[in-house]
Write a protein that binds this ligand. Sequence first.
Ligand code: FAD
Ligand code: MLT
Ligand code: ZN
Length: 575
Amino acid sequence: MTTAMVEKYKAFHRLLNKTSRTLVDRRFRQQGQCARGGSAASGLDHRPDAVVEQRVSYLGCPKRGLWTSARASLPSLVDGGFARDYPMNRCRSFGSVAGEIQRSSKFATLNSDDVAHFKEILGERNVVQDERLEAANSDWMHKYVGSSRILLLPKSTDEVSRILKYCNSRCLAVVPQGGNTGLVGGSVPVFDEVIINMALMKQVISFDKISGILVCEAGCILEDLISFLDNQGFVMPLDLGAKGSCQIGGNVATNAGGLRLIRYGSLHGNVLGLEVVLANGDVLDMLGTLRKDNTGYDLKHLFIGSEGSLGIITKVSILTPPKLSSVNIAFLACQDYLSCQKLLLEAKRSLGEILSAFEFMDSVAMDVVLNNLDGVRNPLAPTAHNFYVLIETTGTEESYDKEKLEKFLVGSMESGLISDGVLAQDINQASAFWRLREGVPESLQRAGAVYKYDLSLPVEKMYDLVVEMRARLGESVKVVGYGHLGDGNLHLNISAPKYDDAILAQIEPFVYEWTSNHRGSISAEHGVGLMKANKIFYSKSPEAVQLMASIKKLVDPKTILNPYKVLPHSLMSYS
Ligand code: FAD
Ligand code: MLT
Ligand code: ZN
């Protein structure tokens, strides 16, 4: 055997036998084979229903307290973002060079009669005007801060309908809100819009074990649905780092992608039906539970990904796959991006039907995680690795799946696609590996100011943008690349000590032009929200955007639903 071969076999032996039992101090909640606990993993343990039930713990929640340090650098945020003390009728668009937005004078201002009317519909308790408004006015990143004076918590479709009917008649603008984990400024008011949070609509309505079809209210927290289904022997076809707070209604409204899309496809495929309340209060019953139904236009698709701009989703019917018993997770290192790409192709080819996640992060992302999160450790030897890939397989046959994965790993090791790797030996290690990947957004938040871009690009070109951005921005910032490589989805994040218009001007419009030139999408999965409403033309033709605006005007003629978001302001009559 040559020395090179000996080295390869040694490396392979390391990979298959590596255990790192002391990997993390933190113990995540363990549920069945699914090794990831959302709230702990994402740092998102605040729940909007706690707004009502546990007011003190919500506002005083230690995890939210994390952001006080970010807020300490608020002067920059105030300069660059939406600040509460900014004049109420003007807002400067954060993270955009595009300038200010003017409050539309066509919208009414909340008065005491309105408040009395809402109390009549919802009862005193579910009309909130106290300090809990602070959290509801501010997004997860604390970039977008509105100045709404009222938060409504409906408990039924009928209540949502009565609220909207009234707001429409009064021309009061509203913002639908789920778990408020959105990353594009869609879930919070821009000015004084009425906030309608769906947290109290959290009932599972039915679950059919034969078909796997779950029907539930829109305010169900994703993680609760994951646990519910786990007990029934099923899984949600959707999983993301914000699962501890985000709601299924919010997921559908954003057409969230996440960590399982490579296996189960998008919500456009999995959502079978919706109940939606339109701006005028009409209830649109599309809550079908059929896999096949070709009677006319499939209207539910209009609402999937509409980001609260066309209606409020009140109920969801979703197809869920059975839980499979064998889950394996490998955490691997690649020397260069080309190897990551080849590894993806090889994984698809050799793992086939058992591949359930293919996530990547670069070494800069890994450093940010290691430097900002507690209880995490790089499970691989401390050599300089440039890229990390997390591969998950989910199948039915433990021995068959393991054999398949090991064969794939050996092959990849021998061909030099991976330079090191480790296979999770137990549920704690699996959690720890996932924590490294899912912890990237949280660690970036802790590191300071973040310029966040969520792009779909051809996989072979994707990382060129990160490299170009690094050359463009120099050493004063960290340019981080991670994301759902298996879906062609790059999360390009620029981490800086504080927000700075000069940095922003270097990033935008360059990042959008680059993406457009490569026929990519400027929003792969996070949506358009406020952040990219005026940028939509980079990814959609004028004709397509015009049709979207026409649809918006048809279903919401007074444009009370989530104004200023999703569609370009030039096409909407906000003045
Ligand atoms: P919100 O943030 O409250 O709202 C998002 C949008 O939907 C807003 O425009 C709002 O008006 C609208 N909306 C909410 N509820 C309704 C409703 N019932 N009816 C109509 N409109 C409504 N996203 C991904 O796609 N993939 C990921 O992997 C992912 N990971 C994340 C990880 C972290 C740590 C964080 C903080 C966010 C992540 N996100 C991800 C973004 C976010 O979690 C998703 O967009 C999620 O689907 C939003 O759900 P939500 O309930 O929090 O909605
Ligand atoms: C992720 O994949 O981690 C999320 O989409 C959040 C982010 O992009 O930061
Ligand atoms: Zn993502």
